[in-house]
Design a protein around this ligand. Structure first.
Ligand SMILES: *[C@@H]1O[C@H](CO)[C@@H](O)[C@H](O)[C@H]1NC(C)=O
Ligand SMILES: *[C@@H]1O[C@H](CO)[C@@H](O)[C@H](O)[C@H]1NC(C)=O
Length: 205
């Protein structure tokens, strides 16, 4: 009971303190506002850099001097991108051009049709289920064609007639590569690479 009484008294005391401090705060705010209203700001600071833009605008003394700037800054239109919005079809065509390996136009045309055998066999994949990326291809631009190199493999199988060989899997945007290429092999403990001329180009499919 004693504890309860203390709590109640304590709570009431806090309540009164709250009301008092709110009253003081309110009075301070009102007083401050009143003070601000009576200040006339005639400090010669550039209009736009002033931190009292509103007060300055209301002030009849400074109003006329700034009127041209004001009408300018308030009549001027902000820069707005008004170019026509891309339709979904345009957007998809744009993506198709940038990512030719992703059949997004075909997908978009057929996404709402019943494609595939049934629910469990040969389902039509959603674009959102594809894990599509091109990050593993290393690009090599030459004077006659651009190579996309996927990986390099050391072939030291005993039946390889060439002996230890490095085979590089890649593509080129030519029917047949004619450019001469060299490989540079970097070894631990050597400052410069061992250079070897490419022996042959082979189609693998
Ligand atoms: C789905 O189609 C495949 C191939 O036509 C068939 O073997 C399978 O039984 C079908 N599954 C269902 C649930 O109909
Ligand atoms: C580039 O290679 C092609 C064969 O792939 C050849 O016909 C053409 O003459 C070559 N161009 C130059 C500039 O060497």
């Amino acid at each position: 009971m004693a504890l309860l009484g203390l709590c109640v008294r304590n709570g009431r005391g806090r309540y009164i303190t709250k009301i008092l401090s709110f009253g003081i705060l309110w009075a301070l705010t009102v007083y401050t506002l009143y003070q601000f209203r009576s200040i006339t700001i005639d400090v010669p600071v550039p209009h736009l850099n002033s931190r009292f833009l509103l007060q300055k605008r209301m002030d009849p003394l400074t109003r006329h001097t700034d009127s041209t700037t004001e009408s300018l800054s308030f009549d001027a239109e902000p820069f707005v991108d008004k170019s026509p919005m891309l339709t979904e079809d345009n957007l998809i065509e744009d993506i198709q051009k940038r990512m030719p390996n992703l059949p997004i136009v075909y997908w978009n045309k057929n996404k709402n049709k019943p494609m595939g055998h049934n629910n469990t066999c040969a389902r039509f994949p959603s674009m959102f289920d594809l894990e599509f990326n091109n990050i593993y291809w290393q690009t090599l631009r030459t004077t006659n064609g651009t190579f996309q190199l996927f990986g390099a493999y050391l072939d030291k199988r005993p039946n390889n007639r060439l002996g230890p060989t490095v085979r590089i899997l890649g593509m080129i945007d030519r029917i047949e590569p004619t450019v001469i290429t060299y490989c540079q092999f970097w070894f631990d403990g050597r400052k410069d690479p061992v250079v070897a001329k490419s022996f042959e180009y082979k189609y693998i499919w």
